[in-house]
Design a protein around this ligand. Structure first.
Ligand code: PHE
Ligand code: ZN
Length: 869
């Protein structure tokens, strides 16, 4: 394996077009789990503009069987095979290269290239998996037209799928059969896919806005097919929505989605044949939570939307990853917002952004949305590339407005259809459609770190002059680059003494329109004259830019803003700020706690509000979100103070919580209608608080017994476990029996076991790791047992004696040999380690150093190296 010091660094600045292109590909697979043969015929063309370069193709773990050039067997003197590829000597003109190789799906535990999941064979090629299938120019700026023929045993693999339109099928001798596919759309090889297996499906017809009849199918293992209904319906909704909102239609006769129990990531947008982690497909009310249903619709949308933002227009190079991911996340966010509650969706997205991306930007793994260099691209599928990337697109949407933004995207798609684009190409389309100068805005892509906007104010009661001084500053990041001011849309409002919004625009040098100024300089001043009283300001409505606000609100002002502000996100942020002040600055801010408790009381009492919104405000941020606001993290203190606050809230509002719980019950027991989901959300927040004061956990036990949704059953079980209720063990066992043979529901059960917030959860994790439920080759299981433990159980994982760390590091070397990407991801849970207390930091550092000294994959060596920085 690669040692870190030998790992080449790849730089954006070194980009050069490919010296050779592949224009047509003909692939013939003889599929078999143990040994598959791949025959590839590539039509190759040298770049006429460049002096003859050697023909070099990427390839890994390929066993050469045959090689021929333009129909003639190639003598060994004409080519060389090494660990990373194939070089053909003495060619400088267009030619046809045919290779035949053997690959071994069964032993492919990395789940990149062709691998086995359950009884099926399937592929994963993004980012660089295709080179594990055949020799190829494996880079996204090489697009080719594919014809694919699959041959396999008819009994073992009755279903054969690949990209594009079906182009024939039939029987062969010896119980084999074949199927052929032609994909007329040129694509880079990372979008190649095939599936062979015993699968069932649900299907539905769809007619596109331009009159194409499409068959949409969702495939899963036969027993799971009934749980594909929600995924199928979500697909149809996504297809219609992209036509309506963005004018984008589907472009093949079939659209297939396949569920895989073994999958490293969430899902993959292969052309016409999406392959999904089963957890983003399978759902019914008994095995999926309300949050799962929403996530499924959103991920289905995301992968489908890639058909334009990613596939029809792809990437010039992997540095441009956010060009497809940021844009597609923005599109999937809008999909959910248009179909459900826009306000709640924004709160969910901002919570994710702040808890994951802001933390990433503040730690040793910080990087720009478009990194300048990488040693392993798989480590850049991050919250920064996805979530911050989506925020950049959202800011463009804010700056341009819906209509101009839509025209700009139309221009981008039209101009680059079938091509490979860069961030500059997208910004050019935005600039041309709007006439705006986006040169400074482009810094968002290349500058790491979350900008802070410090706001100070002055009010002169004599003149009524009110000034807001806005200063932006981006803290240093590990790359040491100097930070420049960013161009950012800053939304704000001022409220007068009667809670009315002041409409007068400020006096300022910043470009502005109602309620929004565009910050471009390091400092700006906004000035109003003749106000009767000091107004109450609100900032960054809708989080108009991915920035941290520094403004010292009095607790009473936060309470008031939480009542009167029109933007739901700002209201929610007020609650978050009160929580943070109460937990982190209790002594300096003694009025934060009573203000919070009063505000939550008002929210709980107001039955005209969306219960989902109330639930979001009453849910106290987890310790990591609170830690994100601290320079040094005192984990024990944070945990203690947070628990004390929860107890106080539960005590102060016991009656109100009980009343809401009871009143919401009939709706909560209903189905999947939005009102029922919202009722369950608030009711389960109430249950969790109520159970703190009721050691017998009567309500939680009753809810567990009566639950008719997984959401309610899990919430009850979590409440029982948190207080170590007498009935907890029995309920845990009952849940296990009920869902014993489904891997996804088993993962839910395991999540509860490994996140039980007691120090002895370490013993439970140790038992799991020694038992039959531990399946280190299954990424979902690893994420569940070690990932949830490390990220979501601060009490046990960060136990002072180091027992939690030891469990993780016991397994990491083996996990790294099995699946480097999965191993490297687990390491990222240690991101904030340097800010922990000296004892914990020393233990983690010792583990990290010992781990980094092992022979590691590029993925893990890179992450461990940057964590140690
Ligand atoms: N491109 C996928 C998505 O975001 C993510 C992915 C990356 C999946 C790499 C597999 C491998 O939609
Ligand atoms: Zn994506």
């Amino acid at each position: 394996m690669d040692r870190p010091d030998q790992t080449p660094v790849i730089r954006l600045a070194d980009y050069a077009p490919p010296p050779w292109r592949v224009t047509h590909v003909d692939l013939v697979f003889d599929l078999d789990a143990e040994a598959t043969q791949v025959e590839a015929t590539l039509a190759l063309q040298p770049d006429p503009a460049r002096p003859a370069a050697p023909l070099r193709l990427d390839g890994e773990d390929l066993e050469l069987l045959d090689i021929a050039l333009d129909g003639q067997p190639l003598p060994p003197a004409r080519y060389r095979v090494d660990a990373t590829g194939l070089t053909v000597l003495g060619v400088d003109a267009p030619c046809l290269l045919r290779t035949r190789v053997r690959i071994r799906p069964q032993t492919n535990t990395r789940l990149e290239g062709l691998y086995v999941s359950g009884a099926s064979l399937m592929t994963q090629c993004e980012a660089e998996g295709f080179r594990r299938i055949t020799w190829f120019v494996d880079r996204p700026d090489v697009s080719a037209v594919y014809t694919v023929t699959l041959r396999a045993d008819r009994t073992k693999y009755p279903v054969l799928l690949s990209n594009g339109n079906p182009a024939g099928a039939g029987d062969l001798d010896d119980g084999h059969h074949w199927a052929r596919f032609v994909d007329p759309h040129p694509k880079p090889c990372y979008l190649f896919a095939l599936v062979a297996g015993t699968l069932g499906h649900l299907s539905a017809p769809f007619r596109t806005m331009d009159g194409r009849d499409v068959t949409v199918r969702v495939w899963a293992e036969p027993a799971d097919v009934p749980r594909c209904r929600h995924a199928l319906e979500s697909t149809l909704r996504a297809m219609r929505w992209d036509e309506k909102r963005f004018g984008r239609a589907y472009d093949l006769d079939v659209f297939d989605i396949v569920a895989a129990q073994d999958f490293t990531m969430g899902a993959m947008e292969n052309k016409g044949l999406n392959i999904f982690n089963a957890r983003f497909i399978l759902a019914d009310i008994d095995t999926a939570t309300d949050a799962d249903f929403e996530a499924i619709e959103s991920v289905i949308g995301h992968e489908y939307f890639h058909n334009w933002s990613g596939n029809r227009v792809t990437l010039r190079d992997w540095f441009q990853l956010s060009l497809k991911e940021g844009l597609t996340v923005f599109r999937d966010q809008e999909f959910t917002a248009d179909l459900h509650s826009r306000a709640m969706k924004r709160i969910d997205d901002v919570r994710l952004l702040k808890s994951r991306q802001f933390a990433e930007d503040a730690g040793p793994l910080a990087h720009p949305v478009r990194p300048a260099s990488y040693s392993e691209i798989n480590n850049f599928y991050t919250a920064t590339v996805y979530e911050k990337g989506a925020e950049i697109i959202r800011m463009l949407h804010t700056l341009l407005g819906e209509l101009t933004f839509r025209r700009a995207l139309d221009l981008y798609f039209a101009r680059h259809d079938g091509g490979a684009a860069t961030v500059e190409d997208l910004l050019d389309a935005m600039r041309e459609a709007s006439g705006r100068d986006l040169a400074q805005f482009a810094r968002w892509y290349d500058q790491a770190g979350t900008p802070q906007i410090a706001v100070t104010e002055a009010f002169d009661p004599a003149t009524g002059d009110y000034t807001l001084h806005l200063a932006q500053h981006t803290p240093a990041t590990p790359d040491g680059s100097e930070k420049q001011p960013l161009h950012l849309p800053f939304a704000f409002a001022l409220y007068d003494a009667d809670d009315r919004r002041i409409a007068t625009p400020p006096d300022t040098d910043a470009a502005q329109r109602p309620g929004l100024v565009e910050l471009t300089a390091a400092e700006h001043t906004l000035r109003w004259r003749g106000l009767a009283q000091r107004p109450l300001p609100a900032f960054l409505q809708g989080l108009s830019a991915p920035a941290r606000l520094r403004y010292d609100y009095a607790a009473s002002d936060l309470g008031r803003l939480l009542r009167i502000e029109s933007d739901a996100l700002v209201r929610w942020e007020c609650a978050q700020q009160l929580v943070a002040d109460a937990v982190l600055r209790g002594e300096a801010r003694p009025d934060a706690r009573p203000a919070l408790i009063a505000a939550l009381g008002a929210l709980l009492a107001d039955t005209t509000l969306d219960p989902a919104f109330v639930a979001e405000c009453v849910s106290v941020a987890d310790v990591w979100s609170l830690a994100d606001r601290c320079d040094r993290i005192d984990l024990d203190l944070l945990w203690r103070e947070r628990e004390a606050l929860l107890d106080d809230i539960a005590a102060a509002h016991a009656d109100l919580l009980a009343a809401r719980y009871d009143a919401l019950s009939p709706a909560a027991l209903g189905g999947l209608a939005p009102a029922c989901i919202a009722a369950r959300q608030l009711r389960n927040v109430a249950l969790s608080l109520l159970t703190r004061r009721d050691p017998s956990a009567r309500r939680a036990e009753a809810q567990f017994a009566q639950a008719n949704t997984l959401t309610d059953r899990l919430a009850a079980l979590a409440a029982l476990l948190r207080v170590d209720a007498p009935g907890a063990a029995a309920a845990l066992a009952a849940f296990r029996t009920r869902h014993a043979d489904d891997p996804l529901t088993t993962d839910k059960w395991l999540t509860l076991v490994v996140t039980r917030p007691q120090p002895d959860a370490v013993d439970a994790v140790r038992d799991i790791l020694a038992g039959p439920l531990w399946q280190p080759r299954n990424p979902n299981r690893v994420r569940t047992v070690l990932g949830h433990f490390a990220r979501n159980n601060p009490v046990a994982f960060h136990r002072r004696d180091g027992a939690g760390y030891a469990l993780l590091f016991d397994w990491l070397p083996e996990l790294d040999r099995i699946n480097p990407q999965v191993a490297a991801r687990q390491l990222t849970a240690l991101e904030p380690w340097r800010r922990l207390d000296a004892d914990r930091a020393a233990r983690i550092e010792a583990h990290l150093r010992a781990f980094a000294a092992l022979p590691l994959s590029r993925d893990s060596a890179d992450v461990a190296g940057r964590l140690l920085g």
